[in-house]
Design a protein. Structure first.
Length: 115
């Protein structure tokens, strides 16, 4: 499964951006991560195939993850952006199989929030 992320860019503090990630095949859970320069990738939000969602505390109330299962696409609506939201955002798809699970990563999209 290949994932293609898009939608990053430059936004002002308090502004919004919407990220998209299209998977070439079906996956169970879809997640967003972000990475700051020199630091490990951190989890941001997750959604399972049934639509249940979970968020990192730092983005609760500001970011919304959603998905379109028919299009194998996950979205991340980012509102009230802050400078600390700057980073490279990656999407991940998880496919659960009988003998375990596999992770598939997208290529990352840069988000820059300027004041």
């Amino acid at each position: 499964v290949q994932l293609q992320a898009s939608g990053g860019g430059l936004a002002q503090v308090g502004g919004s951006l919407r990220l998209s990630c299209v998977a070439s095949g079906s996956v169970n859970a879809m997640l967003w991560y972000r990475q700051y320069p020199g630091l490990a990738r951190e989890w941001v939000a997750a959604i399972n195939s049934g639509g249940a969602t979970n968020y990192h505390d730092s983005v609760k109330g500001r970011f919304t993850i959603s998905r379109d299962n028919a299009k194998n696409t996950v979205y991340l609506q980012m509102n009230s952006l802050r400078p600390e939201d700057t980073g490279v955002y990656y999407c991940k798809g998880v496919r659960v199989m009988a003998r375990g699970s596999s992770d598939f990563w997208g290529q990352g999209t840069q988000v820059t929030v300027s004041s």
